[in-house]
Design a protein. Structure first.
Length: 225
């Protein structure tokens, strides 16, 4: 029985390992700083940004291990497929940054160093430019109006009369029975008229609903909750 242990690390030098991991760290950290500088909403997570840096280095390590060996590549795919991530990604752009650090890690791990540097600079510059000049922004602010009314009568017409006076457009999204059937909750999306403040709409609706609870959520389409 052959008990000799074969170390395959000699397929790449210590210098290759150091350069790949160090470059992936620097470039992933740069991507993390760009993400931090261009993040707008309230759900910023330091842990997420640190994970981006770690992920870039891990992908670089994986690519060093895989090399050009197809068998290792399939083995790693099988091993990684059992991992399940349960944290929800709140913004689509967060997924883009994950793929970015993965791509940079792959480039560093396969020793395409120039490609990794140029791609990081170019893509991060594109992100900064889009954020700085507010590309693709659609300035249409809508509100969500949640109204609770007694369930003994149909208050839909009275509520809509108020909405017609105070909003440019509105749409009934849902109608739900709450509190054991004592109340009905109406959910509308609305666009307030220019001269109307949210407080004016709340006051008008409370007059028609006998003081029941009225909630207006403003900017829900731009703020992640």
């Amino acid at each position: 029985m052959d008990l000799n242990v074969q170390d395959l690390s000699g397929t790449f030098s210590v210098g290759d390992i150091a350069i790949a991991l160090a470059l992936s760290f620097v470039l992933s950290a740069a991507i993390g700083w760009v993400y931090r500088a261009t993040h707008r909403n309230v759900s910023y997570s330091q842990s997420y940004v640190q994970t981006l840096v770690i992920l870039g280095m891990i992908i670089s390590l994986i690519m060093l291990v895989v090399g050009s060996n197809i068998a290792r590549a399939f083995a790693l795919v099988g091993a990684l497929s059992v991992i399940r991530f349960r944290n929800a990604i709140k913004e689509t752009r967060d997924v883009g940054f994950i793929f970015l650090v993965m791509g940079i890690g792959m480039a560093c791990g396969t020793r395409f160093y120039t490609l990794a540097v140029v791609a990081t600079v170019a893509i991060c510059l594109a992100v900064v430019v889009m954020q700085r000049f507010n590309w693709f922004h659609l300035n249409v602010q809508r509100q969500v109006v949640k109204i609770q009314v007694p369930a003994d009568e149909d208050y839909t017409n009275e509520v809509q009369d108020v909405l017609i006076r105070h909003t440019a457009e509105f749409e009934l999204v849902s109608m739900e029975s709450i509190r054991g059937g004592a109340l009905t909750e109406l959910l509308y999306t609305v666009k307030l008229k220019k001269a109307t403040e949210p407080g004016d709409l709340i006051a008008a609706l409370r007059e028609r609903t006998f003081g029941q609870r009225v909630t207006i959520l403003t900017g829900y389409d731009q703020t992640d909750l």
